[in-house]
Ligand binder design. Structure first.
Ligand code: NAD
Length: 487
């Protein structure tokens, strides 16, 4: 049976699709049309979590004993299944969280690519030989799995983020308990179906749907979860870190951003405008790497602003499933309310609204969580909209005189995820690379955009100073043993 039968999606524990012990479900709704129920998802309780942790613990010894290449074969098979189901799963992503269909397809394809990358990782080196001072000895490092890994993910990339955590976790020999965001739990069930169809042994991956405050909370303190990898808000991340530290568990956090773009007077203006729009408004601004603050040198401020506003007017907003739609709704009512409250704060605190600012609710828009793309100017560094992550299609335009002023303002934030600059000046590029406080630095490109084979993560409060993706995943999902052998 698939998890999707009867449109009720079940937990996946020990290779079985099972309803939660609470017998409670809730609808997962389409943010573009609240009358469209994507499916009913489980509201699990602690018992379900315990069953999943137990299953993962039981599966781990046999799984870790398999060779890396053998584990990789399962990932290759899961990639093939996901690829075969790309269109269907992309449509689910669009219906469940609102991003446009082309973006959703891109994300599912990325999931396929990540699975293949980590499938290959099963064959790559997991240690190094280090010359010993004893000429008759062999000294080397090897890496071993951590055990059971808890995976907690947000709703904004409901395919890519779970896969970029689960794939390396299992290829290095760990087993997984996965708690997705409840808003995108149908998509999560479909990812599990792919692992199931790929024939992964029972218990290697387990899915428990449910509220963060119920399931997630207990995952952080569960004595049989050896490591937690989390992507989401700073508030929740900090709490998870405290609980993990208290019991000596390994943890990894990827959290919010307040990402700047700097546009200098020698920039290619068209490119800078397009990148600001794409980086700031695509996915309705709900990327952790989305552009939020736009620092523009005064000499080009007015032409930049004119072009930006003219281009924003042309954006086609609507249901992400429809052809030609560029921007969909906010992913949930809560997210819409958060965005609207930040817009209100911006106005209250004296910023000037240049465009947007309203909920869209005429006609069909009334059934969804749509908000206009919004641009403010006269934003001072101490305003809330310049400081806090909004996670919506809202840009703050800030006029600066010099590169140095822009850089200082760009760094004036507790976050440090991504940052970009538009300039032709190589000296300024190099200074930016050196001095910007961000884990992802982009030159003449938008702030959003990550390649799966490269490390990803933030500085300052955007992460736990660890990195995900690419070979960086090896650091988190394994422990090093240093071995000394003498005959
Ligand atoms: P969130 O923190 O509310 O939720 C993230 C996950 O944590 C969900 O699965 C949620 O159920 C769970 N959770 C909630 N409360 C919990 C608790 N008390 N204990 C344990 N788990 C709990 O975040 P969100 O609203 O889903 O996602 C948006 C946030 O994610 C933004 O801040 C965004 O910047 C961040 N994000 C960061 C990255 C990155 O890689 N840096 C990527 C995407 C999103």
């Amino acid at each position: 049976m698939t998890a999707g039968a009867r449109q009720t999606y079940l937990n996946y524990i020990n290779g079985q699709w099972i309803p939660s012990s609470t017998n409670q479900t809730e609808p997962s709704i389409n943010p573009a049309n609240i009358h469209d129920i994507v499916g009913y998802v489980q509201q699990s309780g602690i018992e379900d979590l315990n069953a999943a942790v137990e299953a993962a613990g039981r599966a781990q010894p046999a799984w870790r004993k398999l060779s890396g290449p053998k584990r990789g074969e399962y990932l290759f098979r899961a990639a093939d299944v996901l690829e075969q189901r790309l269109d269907e799963i992309a449509e689910t992503v669009t219906r469940e969280m609102g991003k446009t269909l082309p973006e959703a397809k891109g994300e599912v394809q990325r999931g396929v690519n990540i699975l293949r990358y980590y499938a290959g990782e099963g064959m790559r080196s997991i240690g190094e030989v280090i010359p010993s001072t004893d000429s008759e000895a062999l000294m080397f490092t090897t890496r071993v799995p951590l055990g059971v890994v808890g995976v907690i993910t947000p709703w904004n990339f409901p395919v890519a983020i779970p896969i970029w955590k689960i794939a390396p976790a299992i290829v290095y020999g760990n087993t997984v308990v996965f708690k997705p965001a409840q808003e995108t739990a149908v998509t999560a069930a479909k990812i599990m179906e792919c692992f199931d169809e790929a024939g992964l042994p029972a218990g290697v991956v387990n899915l428990v749907m449910g509220k963060g405050s119920v399931i997630g909370n207990v995952m952080a303190e569960h004595p049989h979860i050896h490591a937690i990898t989390f992507t989401g808000s700073n508030e929740v991340g900090k709490m998870i870190a405290q609980k993990a530290v208290a019991r000596g568990a390994k943890y990894q956090l990827e959290m919010g951003g307040k990402n700047p773009v700097i546009v200098l007077e020698d920039a290619d203006l068209d490119r800078a405008v397009e990148a600001t729009i794409s980086g700031g408004l695509r996915s309705t601004g709900q990327k952790c790497t989305a552009t939020s603050r736009v620092f523009v040198q005064s000499a080009i401020y007015e032409p930049f602003k004119r072009r930006l506003l003219a281009r924003i007017k042309e954006l086609n907003i609507g249901n992400g499933l429809a052809d030609g739609v560029w921007m969909g709704p906010c992913a949930s009512q809560k997210q819409l309310e958060t965005v609207l409250s930040y817009i209100e704060k911006g106005i209250e605190e004296g910023a000037t609204l240049l465009c947007g600012g309203r909920r869209l609710d005429d006609g069909e828009f009334g059934n969804g969580f749509y908000v206009e793309p919004t641009v403010f100017e006269n934003v001072s560094p101490d305003m809330t909209i310049a400081r806090e992550e909004i996670f919506g299609p809202v840009l703050a335009l800030i006029k600066v005189e010099t590169f140095e002023e822009a850089l200082a303002l760009a760094n004036d934030t507790p976050f440090g995820l991504s940052a970009s600059i538009f300039t032709k000046n190589i000296g300024k590029m190099l200074a930016f690379i050196q001095d910007i406080e961000a884990g992802l630095v982009r030159i003449n490109e938008e702030s959003a955009g990550v390649e799966l084979q490269a490390p990803f993560g933030g500085m300052k409060q955007s992460s736990s100073h660890s990195r995900e993706q690419g070979r960086a995943a090896l650091e988190f999902f394994t422990a090093i043993k240093t071995v000394f052998v003498k005959g």
